[in-house]
Design a protein around this ligand. Structure first.
Ligand SMILES: Cc1cc2nc3c(=O)[nH]c(=O)nc-3n(C[C@H](O)[C@H](O)[C@H](O)COP(=O)(O)OP(=O)(O)OC[C@H]3O[C@@H](n4cnc5c(N)ncnc54)[C@H](O)[C@@H]3O)c2cc1C
Length: 411
């Protein structure tokens, strides 16, 4: 069994390391989906862009460890999003994810990227009666907000369940083939990319210099797309919480489960994608502060596959784990890093929706840098006020998480 993710079997494009000092218009720090998409959009708009990447995206990015669902089914329930943000902004949040899926599809078409992109349904599958009631509320609200959701009866699925909410025309792809394709297109447009070049400090604003472990880059704008910001204003620490998620890639008998993406209502929840004989299943998330033996998490995942999904005849192909960074009100921090800087931007806290949130970040930040109006900029601004309802909703979630947390008995 391979302990790398299945995506890492694809080779990375090699890149030089920065040496000496260089000048540009925009500096992007980090070459994951957020950074490289921002770099691509800016280069396409005619900007001179330099990307500095700490390691190599195939080894050091969280994008290498994703399960790569592209969906507007979000980590925070729709019912809660509406409580926190109200109707208008909840619609905007959903629309931004739809726009992101469209943009990914457009980039793939424009740049002829072969990355296994397929449109597929997303099922919120109920494994209990109360789960079905909750997912039916989500479905009704989704329809009220203008985003079509339907209901599939339990008989459609070959394991014990109570039906599922269905979002059609969501998508999945191979994230590192996509990253390779976007990066190749960026470099073809004249963009510059450095690997093994770690940003250590940023100085200045209108004209900012990024100091790395090898050299310096100076430019008019800096985008921090390093997953968890490597520098941050003190108040960011109140905004983010880090989790760990565990994944298996399995070979299962063909036709065991209909193709598509799935999530359930359990706490901690599970998610899986099925394409023929391939199943990638993940979950058992817990806050990183909780010390927990990973092997226990994997054993719980296997039990889930065997007992809840009824698949016993499977082969484990890969297993991996990775971090999930959540914002306290459930949506990411995208935009100006803080009120003190005019030209320093941040893209972070994407929860388990980083494929779309990373793409939204690229759309918003590239527009801000280009001086264009962006309809989502205010909504995702890192300086936004955290609403009281977010604290109430998330406090409820944290309490539930605490009681469901997989504490090791020996601790
Ligand atoms: C198990 C798992 C399953 C997931 N499933 C999904 C899913 O199905 N759908 C979905 O939408 N999202 C999912 N996510 C979330 C998603 O993968 C991430 O949110 C997303 O990949 C983050 O992209 P990024 O560009 O922000 O960060 P990264 O991909 O981590 O890229 C940041 C890059 O910055 C570099 N870097 C860091 N510090 C520095 C520095 N100082 N100088 C230079 N470079 C630096 C890093 O090396 C890295 O390559 C999942 C995550 C995990 C762990």
């Amino acid at each position: 069994m391979n302990i790398q993710s299945t995506w890492q079997e694809v080779s990375a494009i090699s890149a030089p390391t920065l040496e000496g000092s260089t000048q540009t218009e925009v500096i992007i720090i980090g070459g994951g989906i957020a950074g490289i998409t921002t770099a691509y959009l800016l280069a396409k708009a005619g900007k001179k862009v330099v990307v500095v990447e700490k390691g190599n995206t195939h080894d050091s990015s969280v994008t290498a460890y994703t399960t790569a669902f592209l969906t507007h089914s979000l980590d925070t329930d729709l019912v809660d999003l509406k409580k926190i943000f109200g109707t208008r902004d909840t619609k905007k949040i959903l629309q931004s994810h739809e726009d992101a899926i469209d943009l990914v599809e457009k980039i793939i078409k424009d740049e002829h990227i072969e990355c296994g992109f397929v449109k597929a349904p997303h099922y919120s599958i109920a494994l209990s009666q109360s789960g079905a009631e909750d997912f039916k509320k989500e479905k009704d609200l989704s329809n009220q907000l203008g985003f079509t959701a339907t209901w599939k009866e339990s008989s459609f699925f070959p394991f014990q369940n109570y039906g599922a909410m269905v979002l059609d025309k969501q998508a999945m792809f191979h994230p590192l083939k996509y990253i390779n394709g976007v990066r190749a297109a960026f470099e073809k447009m004249g963009g510059t990319y450095f690997d093994n070049t770690e940003a250590k400090a940023i100085e200045g604003d209108i004209r900012a210099t990024v100091t790395t472990n090898h050299g310096t880059v100076t430019g008019n704008a800096v985008v921090i797309a390093t997953y968890n910001t490597f520098i941050q204003p003190w108040w960011y620490i109140f905004k983010k919480g880090m989790y760990k998620s565990y994944v298996y890639e399995l070979t299962i008998p063909k036709g065991s489960i209909p193709d598509g993406m799935y999530e359930d209502e359990e706490n901690p929840y599970h998610y899986f994608r099925v394409e023929g004989e391939r199943m990638i299943v993940g979950g058992e998330d817990h806050r990183i502060e909780i010390k927990f033996d990973p092997e226990n998490a994997y054993s719980r995942l296997r039990k889930y596959v065997e007992e809840k999904l009824g698949i016993v005849d499977y082969k484990i192909v890969h297993k991996w784990s990775g971090p999930i960074l959540e914002q306290v009100d459930g949506i990411p921090l995208i935009g100006l890093y803080s009120g003190s800087y005019k030209n320093r931007y941040v893209e972070t806290a994407f929860s388990g929706n980083g494929m779309t949130n990373g793409t939204i970040a690229a759309m918003v930040v590239s527009d801000l840098i280009l001086g264009k109006k962006n309809t989502y900029a205010q909504l995702y601004s890192p300086s936004r006020r955290i609403r009281l309802m977010a604290i109430l909703v998330k406090s409820r979630d944290y309490i539930q998480e605490f009681f469901n947390a997989p504490f090791d008995k020996k601790n």
